[in-house]
Design a protein around this ligand. Structure first.
Ligand SMILES: C[S@@+](CC[C@H](N)C(=O)[O-])C[C@H]1O[C@@H](n2cnc3c(N)ncnc32)[C@H](O)[C@@H]1O
Length: 265
């Protein structure tokens, strides 16, 4: 793991540098049409087509690790940036998720916005998930995982949550610019939820240093989530159990925070 200066990381070679400086234009509206294009058709659609007859997630994981076997990437811990192998970057993300979820486990563990279930494969016990993209849901089911169609914006979809579940999310509320629907949906089945653990980036208004301001700007340009932490902190029905900022970035411009919380009884 090699430490890298911010100057080196945000050099002209980084496609985000010119966008963040406004030298190249970039801006997106993150709605369901965008998710359909970016994730369902482009990302999951291609994987699903390639693994049409595959029934083991290990084949997909092996393929992915061959793809990036020799490649390097950047990661971050808080404001420190490092160059690491892509394999190590993914292993670090997996280790953090697994150890944190072991701390907050209940009878069931549910991931919302789980894609084709890659995070669920890290966990032992009764795991299930919900996901918007039908290509990812189909692929997960083909691989033997319990993954249901789920859209954060549809209140009735939160009905997939089972009694005594830890609900977690990882870079999926990121895709919801305004998280009010998420809190409302979860509160409808609050009696079934033991706790919620979010591994999510969001705008943090307290950020004051250069990297922090650049991270907030990155979120705005991508139309990622702006208000998850604010909503949780000001909700009188919610008790925050843990809140750590900028814990780990598989993309240093978009690190996840860890927020563990529960509805007050
Ligand atoms: C960056 S990926 C993260 C996938 C997975 N959680 C992980 O950590 O690898 C974002 C995921 O959020 C899902 N997503 C986006 N909008 C959603 C919505 N409205 N409802 C449910 N899932 C959504 C996407 O389809 C995608 O699977």
């Amino acid at each position: 793991m090699e430490p890298i200066s911010l100057n080196e990381y945000l050099s002209a070679d980084n496609i985000w540098t010119k966008r963040l400086l406004g030298i190249e234009s970039f801006g997106q509206v993150r709605n369901c049409e965008q998710i359909e294009r970016e994730y369902n058709q482009d990302f999951y659609g291609k994987i699903a087509a390639q693994f049409r007859n595959c029934s083991s997630i290990n084949e997909i994981l092996q393929y992915a690790s061959l793809q990036y076997a020799n490649s390097n990437t950047y990661i971050s811990f808080q404001d420190e940036i490092f160059r690491v192998s892509s394999i190590m970057a993914n292993q670090l993300k997996a280790t953090i998720l697994k150890s944190k979820l072991e701390q907050y486990c209940s009878d069931y563990i549910c991931e919302l916005g789980c894609g084709y279930g890659i995070n669920l494969t890290l966990l032992d016990g009764n795991v299930y998930g919900g996901e918007y993209c039908n290509n990812a849901v189909k692929l997960a089911q083909q691989l033997g995982m319990e993954v249901y169609p789920f859209n954060y914006y549809n209140m009735e979809d939160y009905g997939i949550i089972k009694e005594s579940s830890t609900v977690f999310t990882c870079h999926s509320i990121e895709q919801i610019p305004d998280a009010r629907c998420v809190i409302e949906g979860l509160s409808k089945c609050r009696d079934k939820i033991r706790c919620v653990v979010n591994f999510e980036p969001t705008v943090i208004h307290q950020r004051k240093n250069f990297l922090g301001l650049i991270r907030n700007r990155y979120i705005e340009l991508n139309d990622y989530n702006r208000n998850l932490i604010e909503l949780l902190q000001k909700n009188k029905d919610i008790e925050i159990l843990e809140y750590n900022t900028d814990v780990f970035g598989i993309n240093p411009l978009n690190p996840f925070n860890i927020i563990a919380w529960q509805f007050k009884s």
